[in-house]
Design a protein around this ligand. Structure first.
Ligand code: PLP
Length: 280
């Protein structure tokens, strides 16, 4: 694979970064994951806007304009033979002697790679996935898409250890999101998802789901759901750029709703797939 590193397109095994990079030493960076369908970066403008918000949140200056980002991203996609890809980009604060204080006059490091996009297994959509619940142990700036993913990784590993595919996170008895996804609960035909604040990542897929729901008269409220309401829900879903919209049919070993992907999910999945076809 060809990757982009600080101005160069090079084979992945030739790409080297300094051990003094603050991304490596401090997890001091932000990132994006952008799905690429048939060579087109999906909802790219929205990802670039969120990148800007993340950079602002950690006070790293954006090294590129949106037009420059778009050129580099499209170039990298082409160099990796277009098709369906998962494009990862990260910006760290750069290379400097280790210190918590920000270095002055240091250029951010920019890295990008684009790997084949592996859609979720068909069974995830026909049968749904298993999820566990766990305490949300993250910091209070979950709205920043930071490379500092140790808490997310610990929580996702708990799911893996339990034979589940995702961990749903509880903060003060309310569902925030998944370890690598936004979360939705359907109660009596009404969709709920936690509001955008410092406790959740503002998912690009989440925004699209909210828009699709509004355009199709599907009731949706941006309101956090309590643990007990979640446990009695008719449906639970998760969403992310690479997984799209996925139903959860087993939660902590208990059947969700009928135990099959729900009707509201079916409807949203059709709308989502149709939208994807139209724009890519
Ligand atoms: N929440 C978390 C913690 C994530 O890591 C992700 C993405 O992987 C999401 C939500 C979903 O965001 P998006 O739809 O932009 O991929």
């Amino acid at each position: 694979a060809i990757v982009y590193l600080n101005g160069e397109f090079i084979p992945a095994d030739k790409a080297k970064v300094s051990v003094y990079d603050r991304g490596y030493l401090l997890g001091d960076g932000v990132y994006e994951v952008i799905p690429v369908y048939a060579g087109n970066a999906f909802l790219l403008d929205r990802h670039l806007q969120r990148l800007q918000n993340s950079l602002d949140g950690v006070r790293i200056e954006n090294p590129f304009s949106d037009a420059q980002w778009t050129d580099i991203i499209n170039d990298l996609i082409a160099r990796n033979n277009a098709g369906d890809q998962s494009l990862y980009l990260q910006v760290t604060r750069g290379v400097a002697p280790r210190d918590h204080i920000f270095p002055i006059g240091v250029a951010p490091s920019v890295f990008m790679m684009s790997n084949p996009l592996h859609p979720v297994a068909e069974s995830w959509k026909t049968d749904g996935i298993k999820a566990i619940t766990t305490a949300d142990i993250r910091w209070m700036r979950c709205d920043i898409k930071a490379t500092t993913l140790l808490a997310n990784s610990l929580m996702k590993q708990l799911a893996q250890d339990a034979g589940a595919q995702e961990a749903l996170l509880l903060r003060d008895n309310y569902l925030t999101e998944g370890s690598a996804s936004n979360a939705y609960v359907v109660i009596d035909g009404v969709i709920f998802t936690a509001p955008k604040d410092e406790k959740v990542l503002p998912g690009i897929t989440r925004d699209l789901i909210i828009e699709l729901a509004a355009q199709n008269d599907m009731p949706l409220h941006e309101r956090a759901v309590s643990e007990s309401a979640m446990r009695n829900a008719n449906e639970i879903w998760i969403s992310s750029s690479t997984k799209e919209v996925v139903p959860v049919t087993l939660l902590d070993g208990e059947i969700v709703g009928t135990g099959k992907p729900g009707q509201v999910w079916q409807q949203m999945n059709v709308l989502f797939q149709r939208y994807k076809q139209e724009v890519s």
